[in-house]
Design a protein around this ligand. Structure first.
Ligand SMILES: Cc1ncc(COP(=O)(O)O)c(C=O)c1O
Length: 432
């Protein structure tokens, strides 16, 4: 038998190699196309993991960021909860969702209804933002000293807006009282239309030529309005619950067991109450503080247990536009929401400090903050100074500067009140 030579084995090896390659390629291709088939099958059967809440799912779970400039200057970790990243642009998105969901659950509001609110801006913007997700509308009453861009945004969002003269809360025409009335009127309006529909044998509702008040109603409420619900952010504890169930737990999880203190200013008190109560229930050693703007009585309430000096008897004091240039914070009455707070102390903050703080943070951290957030950062530094270095302090970055261009970020407006910023560092808070 002829020996097996290279010449004779060469073609055999080559053929075997070719067959192997072909086999491997086939298997590879087969597997790939099999995977493709499986994937395309998967695509058809599986859905992305989202709930049906749409926009509402984007609210909350905001990042907690280190404010480097303030942390480095104080030797504390000063952290800001970025509530300005909510879709409606502020911390109030959480409150709007909770108020509407609780009202729908209780049957006090139904689809096609109008949510009314007396708000200096942010809550109203949040209500107007989320109301369509629930098939509802929004009517807002605001004081006419609130920045004009706030009502422009509201109208663009589809809400109806009434700008009214700022008067004492005891006055019938305080914006909160008007908003409460509008909800009652919406209910009357809807029930009249329901009756008319019954009489007409279910013809579509018409708008009648009512007397003066009713004419106003028909310009505010659409003919298919199913009723009204007064959001009542000051007294409605859904506000507190939004922070007790949401903001507080998020801060707790984001800080682990490192948190020493929390500080925020109060408008309705919902944020400071919900967060402080939740955190102190988790760990009594976490200190919670209020920072209070000029013209507000809450500092007195927290530090002395009384809201007013003699000249400031309840209801007599008008929170006028010259008290403070910060918006959404400071109040001269104790609200149901604020009463839920568990506070260890309070600091006063001035307008000058808030203005200087906003510019300092913008320059050093690139954070473009609204006036209440700037005041909260003033509070965070005050807490850092009182606790000393090595502590972790959280505050709320409620909204960004975009809504504050015509006042807080307007050079002419500030100079009118002698508030033109001049600081080069944090010397306005006694930090060299
Ligand atoms: C911009 C802004 N920041 C802060 C607050 C205060 O928050 P709270 O009402 O939870 O006390 C408000 C309240 O309206 C606000 O509008």
């Amino acid at each position: 038998m002829a020996p097996v030579t290279e010449r004779t084995t060469g073609p055999i090896v080559a053929a075997a190699a070719t067959i192997s390659i072909a086999l491997i390629s086939y298997c590879f291709y087969y597997n790939k196309s099999d995977t493709k088939t499986t994937n395309s099958k998967k695509k058809k059967t599986s859905k992305p993991k989202t709930s049906k809440k749409g926009l509402v799912d984007a609210i909350g779970n905001t990042p907690l960021i280190r404010i480097n400039s303030l942390s480095d200057a104080t030797g504390c970790e000063i952290l800001g909860k970025c509530e300005f990243l909510n879709p409606g642009g502020s911390v109030k998105d959480r409150v709007a969702v909770k108020i509407i969901e609780e009202a729908l659950e209780s049957g006090k509001l139904s689809q096609g209804g109008v949510v009314t609110e007396g708000s200096a801006g942010s809550t109203a913007i949040s209500l107007a933002t989320v109301a369509p997700s629930y098939g509802c509308k929004c009517h807002v009453v605001i004081p006419d000293d609130a920045a004009i861009e706030k009502s422009q945004i509201l109208e663009a969002l589809g809400a109806t807006v009434e700008r009214v003269r700022p008067v004492s809360i005891t006055h019938r025409d305080h914006y909160v009282n008007i908003a409460r009335r509008r909800a009652i009127e919406a209910n009357e309006f809807a029930s009249k239309h329901r009756k008319a529909d019954c009489l007409d044998g279910k013809e579509p509702a018409q708008i009648y030529d009512y007397g003066s008040d009713e004419t106003k109603q028909s310009s505010i409420f659409s003919s298919d309005c199913t009723g009204g619900f007064f959001a009542d952010q000051f007294e409605n504890l859904a506000n507190f619950r939004a922070h007790y169930d949401g903001t507080g737990p998020e801060i707790w999880e984001q800080t682990g067991d490192c948190l020493d203190a929390f500080v925020a200013a109060a408008g309705t008190g919902g944020t400071v109450a919900g967060v402080s109560r939740f955190l102190q229930e988790k760990n009594q050693n976490i200190k919670c503080f209020l920072v209070d703007p000029p013209g507000s009585s809450l500092f007195n309430k927290v530090t002395r247990g009384v809201m007013y000096t003699k000249e400031e008897a309840e209801g007599k004091r008008l929170k006028n536009p010259f008290d403070t240039i910060t918006e959404g914070i400071g109040i001269n009455r104790s609200t149901q929401n604020f009463m839920m707070a568990k506070l260890d102390g309070a600091f006063r903050g001035t307008d000058r400090e808030a203005v200087e703080m906003s510019r300092f943070i913008l320059k050093n951290d690139g954070l473009f903050l609204g006036s209440s957030s700037a005041m909260n950062c003033v509070g965070a530094v005050r807490v850092a100074q009182s606790l000393g270095p090595g502590h972790t302090i959280v505050t709320i970055l409620c909204d960004n500067g975009m809504r504050h261009l015509s006042k807080f970020y307007d050079a002419q407006y500030l100079s009118q009140y002698g508030l033109t910023p001049t600081a080069t560092g944090l010397e306005f808070l006694d930090i060299k």
